[in-house]
Structure formats: C-alpha cells, structure tokens
Design a protein around this ligand. Structure first.
Ligand SMILES: *Cc1c(COP(=O)(O)O)cnc(C)c1O
Length: 548
C-alpha cells in the first residue's frame, strides 16, 4: 500500500486498495521515488561500511523471524520497508566488503543496481517466447558468447548455431549446481541413449538401460576436490552417491591421472560403466585446476562424457596470461560456468555449455500448452521451468566490463593471491598450506612451539600437533568472524606433507578488486592477535605436553 496520512498502520483490503498495489496512480508517483531514494540511500550506506557483519548468532537472529502469524489487513509499504531495513538489511552480510575474502559470492559493479530494475520491472519468463520475446534470443546470444570463450569455433559456426532453435549451445540456469546436473543429465541420456529397439534411459529408466547395456552400474568420476553438487547429481540422476567415484589427487590437489586410469580399470572389472569424467577448473576449496588435456585423452579413449566444472575458474579464459592453465577445456563435451561468481552478476545465474549443439536434444521435453514440438522456446532444454531474464544482466556485465576488463580483474585476483602467499611466507608464524594456482589459497597459523614439533618431532608428535593446530585454526576463524571486521572462511584438506591427514585451514578467495595489500596484511595481524591470545589460553600447554 502507499502511505495514507499518519494514522492507522494498515489499510483496508478493498478492491480499490488492491488495484493501487498493482498500479500506483499517476498523482502518487512521488511515493515511488521517495521509497526508491530511501532504500537506495540506506543500501549504499550499508555497503559503504567496510566491515563484515557481526557473528550471525542464530538464536538472536531467529527471534526476529519467529512469528508465523500474518496480519489480517494489508500493511503499508512504508511499514514493511522499515522492517526490511532494520531487521533484514541491517542483519545481512556485506559480501561486497573488500575485507570479506572468504567466499565466492562477489561484490557487484554499481551498474547492476539500476539495471536489475529493468529485469524486475519487465518480469519476463524465459521458459518460452510468448512470455519473453527479445529475452529469448538475448539469452541465446549470451550462451553463444560464453561458448565462444571456451570453444573458439569460427564465425560460420556461431552464425549457424547461436540462434538455432532446434539445437542449443548451452542453457542458462540458477547456478553451478543446476548447470552440473544438466550437463551430466545430458551425458547420462546420451551414454544410455536409444539403440536399436531400446528407447533410451529417458523413457525406459535406469534399470532397463543398465540391462540393455549389460552393466551393473554406471559411474561418474571426479577428484577428491570435486564440488558437493556432483554428489547431489548422482542422486538426482538415479545413480546413487556410491556411483560418484572419488579419485586421488597429487600434492597440488589436481587429479592423479594414473589413479584415474586405475579406478577406471577397477570399475570395468566390476561391470560398472564410466558415464562421465569430471575435470575441475578452479576447485572451490583450493582454486586448483586439473590437467584437463590429459583427462580429455582418457575420456576419449574410453568413450566417456568429459564434463568440466569451471563454475569458479571459467572466466580465467579471459586472461591471456593465465588461460593456458585451462588448456584442454575446449575438448570438454560440456562446461559449467557460474555467472554469479567471476562474471560479477547478482546471485542466480549459471550456465552449462555444450560442444556439440545437438547434445541437449537428449533431454528435450515438450508440453502441449507451452512448449510444442519444434518450438523455439528455450524451456524445452532446461531443467527449470519459469526462469528470470538474468541473461540481461550477464549481457550487460559482459559488455560494460568487456574482455579487457575481465582480463584485468582475473589477473589482479591471481596476482594478489601470489602476493598474499609471499606475505604469509615472510612471517614466522603462518604457513601456506595450498599454493594459489589461481586466486584461492589456504594457510594456517603455526606458532613457534608447534613449528618446532612439525620440523623435528616424530610422526606421532606431528599428528598430535596438527590436531591441536586444527582446533586453533577453527577457534581463530570463529573469533575473527565474531569480531566482524574481516572475514576468511575455513575448510578441511588432506595434506600430502602429513601423509594425507586432514588439516583445518583458512581459505581466502581474492576476487574483489578493492581488496588491497593493506587489508590482507591487516587480516594476518588480526589473526595473529587471536592466535597469541588463544595459545596462552591453553593451546600452549597442550603443545608443550606432546612427547617429541
Ligand atoms: C560454486 C561452485 C559450484 C556450485 O555452484 P552454485 O552456483 O553454488 O550452485 C559447483 N562447482 C564449483 C567448482 C563451484 O565453485
């Protein structure tokens, strides 16, 4: 409702008030601009604060959202705005803060705020042309641009396929998870596709498909660094978690090609077919990139689908300096890229690109009222139904930031990760755990007392010290999060140096161009402060008690 004087807090639910909700009368437009201004100013003020929001103490937070009772009468918009600003905005996370370097949720360029309004106001539904018109070819264009970034086919190819409606160069979706599911769904339907009288897995289901192909099971292979969305994928596709086979990694957290071959041989003996091999281009925890070329060779030899999960690292291809890291990606049958990570668009935009424009036909679906046979609607190739016109924002970012802009951002992030690693090594009480191959690195705090044991202790002593250090790392990260000045995340990784044992480490993701060296050095200083305090609170005694 729009504001009506100062008295009651709610309006009456009449037809008239409901009409006004949908069409604000001409003479009350000022209400809209006032609201707009108020919200924008509040948001910009919120974003400007360089501090991450304080610890999200669940119990306190939940109290504000406890009530399940809905007011009987319509609330005034101004009432709701007050609630939103005080309880929701004020208690959210400043993912845009330059000292928020712990997660993959990116800061947004300012132009997204006004441009997002276009998308919201038009509210197009890209599932079909009747509800999206220009947004459909626009989305195909964006898919074409990203396809070209990966596969670099010639002009003739893109002239022919970009706007082709029988085939698709890829699909847009809400994120990397759905992109991975879609890529591997197409893979499943192709590998277990129609043959002779057999109508294919899409119609006959997994059990009949396995019988027809003479297999006991069908597997997906990925390294230990694979994203957890792949586990969900095996569930959704009817394979089951056990058919996600995890392959060992080398010291750089890349898939071990020999172990991959060995695993394939083992599976073959058990009559388990390899449906797909998944390469990682920018692992979520370490930023490491698999040897994609060698993986493509293996996939080709055994006739498996080769999927590359480049949700994070895909945009590295914009950098002439670093694109060589992803060499072999152009041989992938399908590639996942998240636009809401390193393309800097708002959350809710992912893509999967297919080398073969016919590949998506294997998952095609039709419905009489909406997506008829031979229709031009994108919806026939998507897992999701109704979808927003997010492609508009990706198109905008791609053009406003441009190839050179992305190249700069990528180079900046990777460069900064290298510098941060150097800064860490220059200290005597921190150590890098995984060197940055791209713009992600992990490290931990190792005070002198622990360092001594790790350098010259027995294996048992080292293991004990590492356990204590893992607890210490966790405690430091929690202290830091609670203080809310800066933020890094933490994860647990196998360490080649300590016989594959799991270590808790700090994880830093460097994609915000406003993160400076000074901020990174402040982060170390702050962590050192917590570390020194914590070791005197008991960790020191425990370290001293270890028999070396
Ligand atoms: C983020 C990420 C995903 C999942 O993407 P969502 O957008 O969170 O669904 C998958 N794989 C990798 C490597 C990622 O970094």
């Amino acid at each position: 409702m729009s504001e009506q004087g100062n008295s009651p807090k709610h309006a009456e639910a009449t037809l008239e008030t409901m009409r006004r909700v949908f069409t604000l009368p001409e003479n009350e437009r000022s209400t809209l601009s006032r609201l707009d201004r108020e919200i924008s100013e509040n948001l910009l003020g919120f974003l400007k604060d360089r501090v991450v929001t304080g610890d999200i103490a669940p119990a306190n937070l939940e109290r504000d959202f406890q009530s399940t009772e809905l007011p009987e009468h319509p609330l005034f918009v101004s009432e709701q705005v007050e609630f939103l600003l005080n309880k929701v905005v004020a208690q959210s996370v400043r993912t845009a803060s330059p000292s928020f370097v712990g997660h993959m949720t990116s800061a947004l360029p300012y132009f997204m705020f006004p441009l997002a309004k276009i998308m919201m106001t038009l509210n197009q539904n890209v599932v079909k042309i009747e509800t999206s018109k220009a947004f459909t070819p626009l989305e195909r264009q964006v898919i074409g641009i990203l396809h070209r970034l990966i596969y670099e086919f010639d002009e003739t190819f893109y002239d022919k396929w970009t706007q082709s409606f029988q085939q698709s160069l890829g699909v847009f979706c809400s994120g990397g998870t759905i992109a991975n599911v879609t890529g591997l769904w197409a893979a499943r339907n192709t590998v277990l596709g129609p043959r002779g009288d057999f109508p294919g897995v899409q119609r006959a289901g997994i059990a009949a498909a396995l019988r027809h192909y003479g297999l006991d099971d069908i597997a997906i292979l990925v390294s230990r660094r694979g994203h957890y969305s792949l586990r969900k994928t095996t569930d959704v596709l009817g394979l089951g978690h056990d058919q996600l086979h995890v392959v060992d990694i080398n010291a750089k957290h890349q898939i071990d090609i020999n172990a991959l071959r060995q695993k394939i041989a083992d599976l073959r003996r058990q009559r388990i077919g390899v449906m797909a091999i998944v390469g990682i281009a920018g692992a979520t925890e370490t930023g490491s990139v698999d040897p994609l070329d060698a993986m493509a060779d293996v996939a080709q030899e055994i006739g498996a689908h080769f999927h590359v999960d480049a949700a994070w690292g895909g945009p590295t291809l914009f950098s002439s300096r670093y694109k060589h890291l992803l060499k072999g990606i152009e041989r992938a049958d399908s590639v996942t890229i998240d636009a809401h990570k390193q393309l800097y668009v708002p959350v809710g935009a992912g893509m999967v690109l297919f080398k073969n424009p016919e590949a998506l036909c294997s998952i095609e679906h039709h419905a009489n009222y909406i997506i008829r046979q031979g229709s031009r609607d994108i919806g026939k190739h998507t897992l999701e139904g109704t979808r927003p016109g997010m492609a508009m924002l990706v198109h905008s970012a791609l053009h406003i930031i441009g190839k050179k802009g992305y190249e700069l951002l990528i180079d900046l992030g990777i460069g900064k990760a290298g510098q941060f690693a150097k800064m860490i090594k220059a200290t005597s009480d921190f150590e890098v755990v995984t060197e940055p191959q791209t713009n992600i690195l992990t490290y931990r705090y190792v005070p002198a007392e622990a360092r001594r044991i790790l350098e010259s202790g027995t294996d048992a002593a080292k293991a004990e010290a590492n356990e204590i250090l893992s607890e210490l790392t966790e405690s430091i990260q929690k202290e830091q999060r609670t203080a809310g000045k800066t933020f890094v995340s933490r994860t647990r990784l196998e360490s080649a140096r300590y016989g594959g044992k799991l270590l808790t480490v700090f994880r830093v993701v460097l994609a915000n161009p406003l993160t400076t060296r000074q901020i990174l050095s402040d982060i170390l200083e702050e962590q050192r402060g917590y570390g020194e305090k914590l070791i005197h609170d008991g960790f020191l005694t425990r370290l001293a008690a270890i028999a070396t």
